[in-house]
Design a protein. Sequence first.
Length: 370
Amino acid sequence: MAAISAPVQTRAAPKPRRTHGSGCLYLETRGDGRRHWYGRWYAGSRRLNRLIGLKREPGSSRGLTKTEADAELRRMMLRHRPLSVGEEITFGAAAELMLSELEEIGRKETTLDNYRQILSYWLLPRFGEMPLNRIPRSRVEALATEMLTKGKAAQTRSNILKLLSQIFSYGRRNRWCETNPCWGVRRPRIRPSQEIHYLDKAELEAVISAIDVTKKPFGSTDRAIILTAAMTGMRQGELLALRWQDVDWQAKRIRIRRNYTRGHWSTPKSRSGERSVPMATRVSAELRQLRERSPFDGEDDLVFAHSGTGDVLNHAPLVRRFKRALKQAGARPIRFHDLRHTFGTRMAASPMWRCATFRSGWDIGTTERP
C-alpha cells in the first residue's frame, strides 16, 4: 500500500517593501473618528510629514484608496524635493509648499480654503508656471488693473494682493527669489461701511411670527436659531456648532466652544476663543421647547440639528429660509450675520446695558430678573 504523502505547506510570499526613498504611507485616526492617509519622507536633510487625505471606507465614494493615496504621496514628494544648484522653483510650487507649511502649523481650514480659492481662480492661471524669481512688478500691476476693471470689491482685491505678497515673502525666506514684486503696488483703500443693518424690535417680532413652528422639518429649528442669533449676538457658525451640553440652564448662559464653517469644525472666531453669552428668559424658553420637540436631545447632540438626521444644518438652505421669512414679515432685507447687529443695537438702546447683572442674564428689553 502506497504511503500517503503529507501535504506540501507553502509560505505566503512576503509583502513587497517600499523601495528606499519612496516615503512612508500610513493611516491615522483623527478626533472625529475618521481615518486619514499621511505621508512621511525625507527632502534632503528635512523629515517631512504631511496629511494626504481621508481614507475611503468600504461602501463609500468619499476619500482616497491606498493606490490613490500612494500616487498623491509621490506627487507631494516631487513638489517638495530640494532644488538643485541653479534650479528655479515655480510660483505654483512655492504656493503649494507655503500652504502645506501653514496646514502643518495649524492654520484654520476655512482660511486655507480661502487661499486655495484665490489661488485656483486668480493667481495660478496667471503665475503658476512662471519661475518665482522672474515675475516682474508689471505683472502684479496688470493683475491689480484687471481686478479693478472687472469691478471687484476693494476688500477682494486687497485679499488677493495680500496673499500674492505673502507667497513672495515666503519665497524670499527660502531664498527662492530676491525681491517681492508686490512692493510698490498700491493696495486698494478699504473704507469701512458706516451703515449698520439690523432688525428693530417690531421687525424681529414679525419675522419670528412668520415662521410656522409646526412646519416640518425646519419650522421649530429656524424659529429658535433666528431668535437665539438676534438675542445673543452669536455667529452662524457658532450656532450651528452649539450642543446641548453648552447650554447652562441654571446660570442662564450659553458657552461658545466651537465653530462650524464651510464643512470644517474649528475654534470660535473671537480673539478670546471660548466664551459665554447671557441667555435671556425668552431664549431659554424657546430652546426648552425646541429640545422637547427634537429627537436629538442628548447632551452631545447639536442644538440646531437637522430634525431628520441630527446632522449640522446646511448653510445655504438656512439662509434662503431666513430670507423668505424676512419677505413674509415685510422686514428689511438683511444678511443672517446682521442679526448680530440686531443684538448689539438692542443692548446699546437698553438703559441698563452696562450693568453686570444684565450681562449675566437679564432679559433683553425688560426689567425682569432671571
